[in-house]
Design a binder for this molecule. Structure first.
Ligand code: ADP
Ligand code: MG
Length: 273
């Protein structure tokens, strides 16, 4: 008898922060690429109606046949929505503007917060996706039902925090939401870590914010800090992750270091479980 391998759930991380412009999408794309480069098989789930992760990965609107809207409505599986990207080992479930209306559509259903969780649970039984090791969920800039779906489906939350004066403002609300999801919907939800983004070494404020955040959050903050780097902001307009656009730039190198920290933490979490 040949032993049958039990399906293994990928590690699911939600990139969440209700502030816009803090680096959620940039981190989803480039962390996803860096993880894929180290041999992980990664799916990015674009849950933002703006679809920046989809555009940034070169999947234009015309080619988004099935989207995360269809998935949350229960019309297609995540495996069906999943598309290849230019990065080997990196896949995308794109979003469309339809997602703006999804909350109304599912609000009255009992499993409204579990739609994405169920879709990810089913992935393991889809041959094309059963060997995925990571799912990264790019959340919209809100603590809406969409973000609640992401947190309910996730093992952990990864919080991008921009190095700016108001960095910590709003964080307590985000942490409260994590607590609420843990209490009611998903008791295993952890905080994977907080990543400081758009750090500017020439700006004293950036350094001060970094010190404050580390004092407040301790070792939840990754050692890797993502620098403000023009190559990072240029890459999406070419439909490419920064790591493909310019692997040597400081931003790409930082995302490679972040990926190894994320993997290290995942191993530690798994060993402790
Ligand atoms: P969010 O998804 O949280 O709204 P984005 O990832 O879209 O944030 O980033 C907001 C803007 O900042 C984008 O234009 C992006 O290209 C830019 N950006 C993100 N990270 C960096 C960085 N490290 N250096 C320079 N620009 C960045
Ligand atoms: Mg975004």
């Amino acid at each position: 008898l040949t032993p049958v391998a039990l399906p293994r759930r990928p590690r699911v991380l939600a990139l969440a922060n209700q502030k816009g412009g803090v680096g959620k999408t940039t981190t989803a794309i480039n962390l996803g690429t860096a993880l894929a480069a180290t041999g992980e098989k990664v799916l990015i789930v674009d849950l933002d109606p703006q679809g920046n992760a989809s555009t940034g990965l070169g999947i234009d609107r015309k080619s988004r046949k099935s989207s995360t809207y269809d998935v949350l409505c229960g019309d297609v599986g995540l495996g069906q929505a999943m598309q290849e990207t230019a990065v080997p080992g990196l896949f995308l479930a794109p979003s469309t503007l339809d997602l703006l209306g999804v909350e109304l559509e599912i609000a009255s259903s009992k499993d409204r917060a579990h739609r994405l969780k169920h879709a990810i649970d089913e992935l393991m039984y889809d041959q094309r996706c059963s060997d995925l090791t990571y799912v990264l969920i790019d959340c919209p800039p809100s603590l809406s039902l969409i973000t609640i779906n992401a947190m309910t489906a996730s093992d952990a939350v990864l919080v991008p925090l921009q190095c700016e004066f108001f960095a910590l403002e709003g964080l307590s609300q985000l942490l409260k939401t994590v607590e609420q999801v843990r209490a009611g919907l998903n008791p295993r939800l952890a905080i994977q870590g907080v990543v400081l983004t758009m750090y500017d070494a020439r700006n004293n404020l950036s350094g001060q914010v970094m010190a404050d955040v580390r004092e407040f959050l301790g070792d939840k903050v990754y050692e890797t800090v993502i620098p403000r780097n023009v190559r990072i902001s240029e890459a999406p307009s070419y439909g490419k992750p920064a790591l493909l656009y310019d692997l040597r730039c400081s931003g790409s190198q930082a995302y490679l270091r972040l990926a190894s920290e994320v993997i290290k933490r995942e191993r530690a979490l798994r060993a402790a479980a």
